[in-house]
Design a protein around this ligand. Structure first.
Ligand code: PHE
Length: 479
């Protein structure tokens, strides 16, 4: 009752202040401590940069392969649109309303909407997830950078399946080499975050993303003629639900969170810099469609090569590094295309890595009064050190398996399948149930009533219930 009262009072207060703002009076909305995006397109580009990355091109194909194909793809698509999209909208909305780092935003909004500071927990789940994800993300991004050099020196020319696979195994089996590339990638990420130039990257994203898309289309042309295309289509789009179990559904949902970068405050941190007039729904829909398209394209490129060369679709994290080089080895101008491709992928990974660090760095700056440089260095160092465990997961610690496998497997599982969905669950419950509808409709396109209604239905019922069911199903409650 009391909450409702505050809610109504605040609602009225906001309508008044909004009117004041419209009439030219001072706008009493919070403003970000770190400035705003320069335009609506800049924001779309930034969120696309955060979302599109290794998740689409490296992780999606291998997850599809490991989890048996079509059925995984269908479940992933349903999760992306029914769960990921409303959560992305909620996250951006909360970010823009709070205008602080995710922990402070959730604390402020929790207090404002429900008189409870403990919603800051959502931000803490996100910080932990960000640490875990970036620790292994940086290692894989390091592989990508190393492959730029391999392609540039024509290492893929005149090779076959065996040589390419051996090349990959020798490479990841050497902890010093992959440790070096992990260090190099983290150094660049930390430097950019420390300089605070991430918002300058929007211009680069504007060129790099379409270029990446163009290269994927060229590769698609190759894949269509590789001899394995029909089989790949069948594998990707003919679902066989008889093989699906709770773990596969959980992985598909976890991957939907991972690929869209939702559930950990990453897009919330970006939302904090979003100008008030930009449409959250439009932005989110554009980003989700672009992200899905790139992932599906990657699948359409990788699997024909898998089947044409008799490779194992369930190869795991090395899949892309063992298929695409084969294509570059055979394509005319493959050396150049390969170099460009791995370069663009490294860049896509860099924009995602930056977004993985941003929530934590913003939080450290705002709460410990550290400079951006110091904060980026401290956070980056801890992540780098944690990453060594992933570096070793492919060599020295390959057989040191517990729970879900190596350190890498466990970090990925814990972050993608547990922490991101948990963070996402709390975010939609907050946005859909705790926040009063005056506040949410005020943020989410007050004019487009039906979008708001659809969001509210998904955010209040569909997304939270689905996440809970998938969790319970995975731990065997329904068996
Ligand atoms: N979405 C990114 C990718 O697909 C990874 C990521 C996850 C980035 C979570 C930020 C937060 O590569």
């Amino acid at each position: 009752m009391f909450v409702r009262l505050i809610c109504l009072t605040l609602g009225n207060f906001r309508t008044v202040t909004k009117r004041m703002a419209n009439s030219g009076a001072t706008n009493s909305r919070r403003s970000s401590l770190h400035g705003n995006w320069s335009s609506k397109l800049a924001f779309i580009l930034a969120v696309t940069g955060a979302a599109v990355g290794l998740g689409n091109i490296w992780k999606f194909p291998y997850m599809v392969g490991v989890n048996g194909g079509g059925a995984f793809v269908v479940i992933y698509l349903v999760c992306v649109f029914a769960i990921g999209l409303p959560i992305m909208m909620s996250e951006i909305m909360l970010g823009r309303r709070g205008r602080r780092n995710p922990i402070a935003t959730m604390r402020i909004l929790g207090e404002e909407e429900a008189g409870q500071r403990r919603w800051a927990l959502v931000g803490i789940v996100g910080v932990v997830a960000g640490f875990l994800i970036l620790s292994f993300y940086s290692v894989i991004a390091g592989w990508t950078v190393a492959y730029v050099f391999k392609a540039a020196t024509n290492a893929f020319a005149n090779t076959d399946v065996t040589t390419i696979s051996e090349m990959f195994d020798t490479f990841v089996g050497n902890p010093f080499v992959i440790g070096f590339w992990h260090t190099a990638f983290m150094t660049v990420t930390v430097t950019l975050v420390a300089l605070g130039v991430e918002r300058g990257l929007e211009k680069a994203v504007r060129i790099m993303m379409p270029a990446l898309l163009a290269l994927l289309l060229i590769l698609l042309g190759y894949a269509v003629n590789s001899g394995g295309f029909a089989q790949a289509l069948k594998f990707l789009f003919e679902p066989d639900f008889s093989k699906v179990n709770g773990e596969i559904v959980l992985s598909a949902m976890g991957h939907a969170f991972f690929t869209l970068s939702v559930g950990m405050g990453s897009v919330m941190a970006y939302g904090a810099y979003l100008p008030q007039e930009a449409s959250i729904a439009q932005t989110s829909i554009a980003v989700v469609i672009a992200d899905t398209l790139i992932a599906i394209l990657a699948g359409l490129v990788v699997f024909p090569i898998v089947f044409a060369n008799g490779l194992n679709p369930a190869e795991g994290p090395g899949l892309v590094f063992q298929t695409l080089p084969l294509a570059f080895g055979q394509l005319a101008g493959g050396g150049l295309f390969g170099t460009l491709f791995f370069l663009l992928l490294s860049f896509a990974a860099l924009t995602s890595a930056i977004s993985l660090m941003e929530p934590t760095v913003a939080w450290v700056i705002e709460s410990y009064r550290l400079s951006r440089r110091a904060a980026a260095f401290v956070v980056g160092f801890i992540i780098w050190a944690l990453g060594i465990l992933t570096v070793l997961s492919f060599s020295t610690l390959k057989n040191a398996t517990i729970f879900k496998g190596t350190f890498f497997d466990n970090f990925d599982y814990l972050a993608s399948n547990i922490l991101l969905p948990l963070g996402g669950l709390l975010i939609t419950v907050f946005a859909g149930w705790v926040m009063c509808s005056n506040s949410s409709s005020d943020e989410l396109d007050p004019a487009a009533g039906y979008i708001y209604k659809a969001w509210r239905l998904l955010a209040r019922f569909v997304a939270p219930v689905a996440v809970l069911i998938v969790f319970l199903n995975a731990i065997g409650v329904f068996e």
